[in-house]
Design a protein around this ligand. Structure first.
Ligand SMILES: *[C@@H]1O[C@H](CO)[C@@H](O)[C@H](O)[C@H]1NC(C)=O
Length: 974
């Protein structure tokens, strides 16, 4: 294999191929986390622990519109320090609790929410606060069943539903907003006169004096890492001193918590403290390049979404803790039906959003009302992506494309990692290996495919690199702690600098770089690129090889004078935001962007896709990748997947086949491989594995309409595409910890990828009172009042995949080379009858690339099957004309014209086959509403209404020739 010169050069850089736990902090190595956990330990020891924070009732004001509750807060420990509390109830019942220091020595970072939120939330005008002696309370909600109570002494915020506690802030008294202070001169020696007791030496006397500090019971005796701290060889100067934020959030009636991605861990979050913790470290949120991460750990990974769901059979609630700094979260379960959490952040104001639910669906609507929904991707982006570090030349790309075509394997996108760029100067093609980038892209585009190339945020510091030089000239680079000198760090491009995307001056400039036409003499634009080139944003945590924890020094300075520590977790989101805007506006009319990001924050779902970073080619990593996809989905990020095959290592054919199954059933489906691995494009496999992977790829493509419809739902309701069991069946307690099987959107497809070596069978859990059909064998399974696990065949060529009775799936079964050429292909409808012989399903279509769907250029159908005598009546009706109530405030769904131009253009796109599973009787005659008699075949079997299991009856209606875009009826007489 070819080793590139520039890579050799970088071999001197400390890049290692096994996670070095010692590169990353544990809680005890982070001063503020140590302080937070010590606070919690002191609280646990003191029977009569009481929060020092109280609401100053005299200062309380309720605005005339009742919108906000504002009050001063005092700490009994620091009577002269002032805090302000604000509580607002939004229109959709979300409660926002904000607290900040007032007139402090400095200002706490208060902008996290402004980057995450899509708009200022609308305040409810339908509530009334009742202020009493001990508390203030407001009842709200359509049924007036929700209440928020702010208790004064000590300060505590509780939400209730039907009188039952839902979320409690500061119920355990761990709230602490460390106020800004000045550094006391070191106590060198204590004057003789102040030694408290005779006979004590000075050292002991100091201890006694410290212990007598009135704040010691709460803050501890020591000023632990207040003013400076060192980790490994890095010293953090901490010019602002201590400013951490500790907050306990309790869910007294919810035994399961989910979310706070991203960690390589179970979906159902585990105990980190208490009697017998599963983990001993809190879950950490600090975006970091944790390459070759552990497969079961609370360690931080590349992205952070501080969102947590709390769930019970009774209800779901959630919180979004809008903080941009490093955050650690301890979790304990005092009982099976309650959860305690403790959030410890390095800096920032308290800004917590409490989402009332009460169903998971409501939570997703409430959360996307705050931070937006998943952007609807281009249709081709749901196809298969082929990536490698690296396709080494333009001819290499051409030959990979040719081999996919020769093998008859569909693929939509070829990716280029960092080696396309001369000396890793992104945008600048290496002329030796990519002499003809535009022609290469055009060759790929000629086969209806796209390219994605990497643009990383580290810019080589050389004046001959126009991107760097323009950023210097405009003063856009991140600065060192002195606030003026350019920060220099080491990354792929050697000595590098980073653009400060928090600086608004960077925004328009960044967009100019992606223009594919010339902008004039000395301005850089990407003329060596076309509209078929899309973008991968990697290393945006940011990853810095010689920085603390492989990232940026926390005392670096950003626009507005904020320190890097304040906004670290938000940094990566701005990069993908601006890149996706740049890609959108480079063409006129704009096209949907595609940007893959490694680093992310709450709101990143608006800008494209993410993947789970540099995983390993092991069975453990394959398995945990599924859990991570589900956890990211809970954080609102629906367009997510993990690298098929694993980034590091050489998976054997068995592992690769299983991994393709995992990928084909992930929202984002990409294979990727490290530069040191053997080539593993699927056409290189020998038989029988090659055919197995070909079939998996084809199955993905046949199901693209299902995925696209699920993405449309995600983009309008916030509901995830990969849907965990507790979201789909919130009352089915037996499924609350399931994270190795999940549903695809609302389609009724249930999948359980196999992630065990040598497996020939798999056990799948089916929820109560349902029928499920095996997708391939048509075996019918039936559950009663209890769910049950069934064992199914799972040879290497098989994937446990089920259709829930009552669903209608739309697929396209003609094998094709890419998604873009399938847009006019005919459909197959698969009707899986439920116990009462009915079923329904939806199909959403649009042109797949423009924003015309926002103007109503769509096809949105509902298919139904209803019992009709012994037979059934199948029908198709339009949904675009329905009176739509969007679940999400921010998503305007209007009534569209069913006869829009796009729908008309699909008039000749037909249904070529209808498959019905579980019909009770052999048909006698099948006709369309126009009276046309149809051909069919019937294979007897178990009916959906019988109380039996076995192979379901199968009816295949041949070529009904009805249009996918218009209303029709097919009557099956029996
Ligand atoms: C990010 O994206 C939103 C659109 O979702 C936009 O309104 C905002 O201005 C963007 N820019 C930055 C710098 O966050």
């Amino acid at each position: 294999m070819r080793v590139l010169g520039s890579f050799l050069l970088l071999a001197a850089v400390p890049v290692t191929l096994a996670v070095k736990s010692h590169d990353f902090k544990t809680c005890s190595q982070a001063g503020f986390c140590r302080r937070g956990r010590a606070l919690s330990a002191r609280a646990a020891q003191h029977e009569s622990w009481r929060s020092p924070y109280t609401v100053d009732a005299d200062s309380l004001t309720i605005s005339t519109d009742q919108a906000s509750f504002i009050a001063g807060v005092k700490s009994s420990l620091y009577p002269n320090i002032k805090f302000g509390l604000e509580v607002r109830v939004h229109e959709d019942g979300v409660v926002r609790v904000k607290m900040d220091e007032v007139d402090g020595l400095r200002k706490r970072y208060d902008e996290a929410a402004s980057w995450a939120l899509i708009a200022d939330p609308k305040i409810s005008n339908n509530i009334k606060w009742k202020v009493g002696k001990k508390d203030a309370r407001a009842v709200y909600g359509a049924k007036k069943d929700v209440e928020v109570v702010v208790s004064f002494e000590p300060l505590k915020v509780t939400t209730f539903r039907n009188g039952k506690e839902q979320v409690v802030l500061n119920g355990r008294g761990l709230l602490h907003l460390e106020h800004f202070r000045t550094k006391e001169p070191a106590v060198a020696e204590i004057p003789e006169s102040e030694v408290p007791e005779e006979g004590l030496d000075v050292e002991d006397a100091q201890k006694v004096l410290k212990a007598a500090k009135p704040t010691a019971w709460f803050e501890g005796e020591e000023e632990d890492a207040y003013w400076e701290e060192t980790f490994s060889s890095w010293t953090d100067s901490k010019p602002k001193g201590p400013e951490s934020l500790s907050l306990d959030i309790t869910f007294p009636n919810h035994g399961h918590v989910y979310g706070i991605p991203q960690h390589a861990s179970s979906l159902d979050l585990r105990t980190t403290t208490g009697e017998s913790p599963y983990y001993t470290e809190p879950y950490r949120l600090y975006n970091a390049d944790t390459f070759e991460y552990l497969a079961d750990s609370t360690m931080s990974l590349y992205g952070s979404i501080p969102v947590m769901h709390a769930h019970s059979t009774d209800s779901t609630v959630a919180i979004f803790n809008a903080v941009g700094s490093e955050t650690w979260i301890d979790i304990a379960h005092p009982s099976a039906s309650s959860t305690e959490t403790h959030w410890i952040s390095e800096s920032g104001i308290l800004d917590v959003f409490i989402m009332p639910g009460p169903t998971p669906k409501d939570i997703f609507a409430q959360y996307s009302g705050l931070t937006g929904t998943q952007a609807l991707p281009a249709d081709w982006a749901l196809g298969y992506h082929q990536c490698r570090w690296n396709y080494v030349s333009s001819d290499d790309v051409r030959s990979v494309q040719q081999k996919f075509d020769e093998a008859d394997m569909p693929v939509d996108v070829f990716w280029l990692d960092i080696e396309y760029a001369e000396e890793h100067k992104y945008f600048i093609w290496d002329k030796k290996t990519f002499p003809d980038p535009v022609e290469m892209t055009n060759d790929v585009a000629a086969a209806s495919r796209k390219m994605v190339v990497i643009i990383d945020p580290h810019f080589k510091r050389t004046s001959s690199y126009p991107v760097y030089q323009e950023a210097v000239d405009r003063g856009l680079l991140v600065r060192q702690k002195d606030g003026t000198s350019e920060y220099e760090g080491w990354c792929w491009s050697g000595s590098s600098a980073w653009v400060d995307f928090f600086n608004p001056a960077a925004w328009d400039w960044w967009k100019t770089l992606f223009k594919t036409y010339s902008l004039g003499d000395d301005k850089f634009s990407w003329t060596q690129s076309t509209d078929d080139v899309y973008i991968w944003n990697d290393m945006n945590e940011p990853s810095i090889f010689n920085g603390p924890e492989i990232s940026m020094p926390r005392d670096n300075v950003h626009h507005g004078g904020w320190e890097h520590r304040d906004l670290h977790n938000i940094n990566g989101m701005l990069f993908s935001n601006l890149t996706s805007q740049a890609i959108t506006v480079r063409s006129d009319p704009p096209k949907r962007p595609f940007v893959l990001t490694r680093s992310f924050y709450a709101g990143s779902q608006r800008f494209g896709a993410m993947w789970t970073g540099d995983n390993l080619g092991t069975w453990e990593h394959m398995a945990v990748g599924i859990k991570m996809v589900l956890a990211n989905s809970i954080g609102g990020f629906a367009f997510t997947g993990s690298d098929v095959g694993g980034f590091f290592g050489n998976p054997d054919p068995e592992m690769l086949v299983r991994w393709y199954h995992v990928g084909a059933f992930s929202p984002f489906f990409r294979a990727h491989a490290h530069i040191d691995t053997k080539r593993r494009e699927p056409y290189l496999l020998a038989e029988p594995h090659k055919t197995m992977v070909k079939n998996i790829l084809r199955r993905r493509y046949s199901m693209l309409p299902i995925w696209y419809t699920a993405f449309r739902e995600a983009s309008t309701t916030g509901l995830p595409v990969a849907r965990p069991h507790y979201v789909a069946f919130p009352k089915d307690e037996a499924g609350f910890s399931l994270d190795d099987q999940y549903f695809i959107g609302s389609s009724g497809l249930l999948v359980k990828p196999v992630t065990e070596k040598g497996a020939t069978k798999a056990s799948v859990y089916l929820p109560p009172n349902e029928i499920f059909y095996d997708y391939d064998s048509y075996s019918l399974y039936r559950t009663a009042a209890q769910g049950k696990s069934v064992e199914v065949a799972a040879e290497l060529s098989q994937l446990p995949l089920f259709i829930q009775g009552g669903s209608i799936l739309s697929t396209r079964e003609r094998p094709r080379r890419s998604a873009s050429v399938m847009r006019r292909d005919p459909f197959t409808l698969q009707v899986a009858l439920d116990k009462s012989s009915s079923a329904r399903g939806e199909l959403y279509l649009d042109d797949g690339v423009t924003f015309n769907h926002e103007q109503g250029q769509i096809v949105w159908r509902e298919f139904r099957s209803e019992k009709s005598g012994k037979g059934i009546k199948l029908s198709s009706r339009d949904l675009t004309t329905q009176n739509l109530n969007s679940a999400v405030d921010s998503v305007a769904l209007t009534t569209y014209d069913a006869a829009n131009a796009y729908a008309q253009s699909l008039a000749s796109v037909r249904v070529e086959r209808v498959v019905v599973l579980g019909l009770g009787a052999k048909p006698t005659k099948i006709t369309t509403s126009t009276g046309k008699e149809l051909q069919w075949e019937y294979v007897p079997g178990i009916s959906s209404s019988e109380k039996k299991e076995g192979t379901a009856s199968l009816l295949v209606i041949k070529d009904p020739a009805v249009s996918i875009a218009s209303d029709w009826e097919i009557v099956v007489q029996a």
